[in-house]
Design a protein around this ligand. Structure first.
Ligand code: NAD
Ligand code: UDP
Ligand code: UDP
Length: 312
């Protein structure tokens, strides 16, 4: 049994990670300031003897004793990270400094939830880990993209300078139950719109692509990454290489939900990447992992979740 700290543990990905850790017999300290997370995501764990929930903002120092740290705290959807962009950068950068300082003091292994956004609007396709990215440093997405890039820098400098055991995963678009219903992300938007009989909002011409990974597959990869050899740092892409246009996604959601929603076209947000697909060769080789859940099956689970949530 290990003692794990999960920052951002009441969020979408963090709460699934807490579930898996508790289930397999580890001890979990979940830290969250509930900016985009929700206590209901971890409510079922509250009585558990191996689970503890702490309200705390990672931009402030944290003094606790654990063996390993998963650093997920950071709003992940454009509407949320653009709500208070300065705080978003602070969360990525000050949050990383504090969690790395903590890891250094207690000699804990630490994993950073980085993002495919470090590649920006990429010129190479699919994206491999050695690609340095094409990121606008002063745009609407920069607080997130550059914050996450700086966090990666800090992880590697703590590794080189202080010999910290670090792991960096670059997560590509992930979806599933417990996504925030109003986070503006494409999967949650389309499902909620279809379930409520509203028009489906396609931004731009809908021909931009994304690759969608189901949450269970992603959590499995994060757990395996944490257990890799001490000298393996990544960065490592994790995501599902299946690539879809937003139009194809809308059609799939409509076919699964039924109903009469129409597609309507809205303005494409600034700096919206045209295509994104992970090259997961490194994950295949290093952690013997590839996603198992296809888009149709994953969407069915997610639709069932939102159906229940909206009915409550
Ligand atoms: P989420 O918004 O559901 O979770 C983030 C959690 O962090 C929330 O519970 C939020 O309350 C918490 N948080 C935010 N600021 C905080 C702060 N200052 N102190 C403490 N807690 C704070 O998003 P998610 O999709 O679960 O993302 C989790 C992590 O994975 C994020 O770091 C995100 O950047 C990364 N990621 C997610 C995706 C994806 O597709 N879901 C893709 C790439 C990277
Ligand atoms: N820190 C923390 N918990 C700890 C140890 C450090 O939150 O248990 C924070 C502290 O605020 C510090 C930051 O991590 O500013 C970086 O720590 P480090 O030891 O690298 O640098 P320094 O203390 O010299 O600033
Ligand atoms: N998108 C869309 N309609 C929506 C929400 C998003 O067409 O209602 C598009 C968005 O412009 C982007 C893609 O879907 O091209 C994925 O957006 P999301 O915010 O989910 O993720 P990210 O852009 O961060 O990959």
């Amino acid at each position: 049994m290990n003692r794990y700290l999960v920052t951002g543990g009441a969020g979408f990905l963090g709460s699934h990670l807490c579930d898996r850790l508790v289930e397999r017999g580890d001890d979990v300290l979940c830290v969250d300031n509930f900016f985009t997370g929700d206590k209901r995501n971890v409510a079922h764990l509250l009585g558990h003897s191996r689970f503890e929930l702490m309200r705390h903002d990672v931009t402030f120092p944290l003094y606790v004793e654990v063996d390993r740290i998963f650093n997920l705290a950071c709003p992940a959807s454009p509407v949320h990270y653009q709500h208070d962009p300065v705080q978003s950068t602070k969360t990525s950068v000050h949050g990383a400094i504090n969690m790395l300082g903590l890891a250094k003091r207690i000699k804990a292994r630490i994993l950073q939830a980085s993002t495919s956004e470090v590649y920006g609007d990429p010129e190479i396709h699919p994206q491999t880990e050695d690609y340095w990215g094409r990121v606008n440093p002063i745009g609407m997405r920069s607080c997130y993209d550059e914050g996450k890039r700086c966090a990666e820098t800090l992880f590697f400098d703590y590794h080189r300078q202080h010999r910290l055991e670090i792991k960096v995963v670059r997560i590509f678009n992930t979806y599933g139950p417990r996504m925030h219903p109003h986070d503006g992300r494409v999967v949650s938007n389309f499902i909620v719109q279809a379930l409520q009989g509203q028009d489906i909002t396609i931004y731009g011409d809908g021909l931009q692509t994304r690759s969608f990974c189901y949450v269970d597959d992603l959590i499995e990869a994060m757990l395996r990454m944490m257990d890799t050899d001490a000298d393996f740092t990544g960065p490592m892409n994790i995501g599902n290489p299946g690539e879809f246009t937003m139009l194809a996604l809308a059609e799939k959601v409509l076919a699964l939900v039924g109903g009469r929603s129409k597609l309507i076209y809205e303005k494409l947000p600034a700096d919206d990447p045209k295509q994104r697909q992970p090259d997961i060769s490194l994950a295949r080789k290093t952690i013997d992992w590839e996603p198992k859940v296809g888009l149709d099956d994953g969407l069915k689970e997610t639709i069932a979740y939102f159906r229940k949530l909206l009915a409550a």
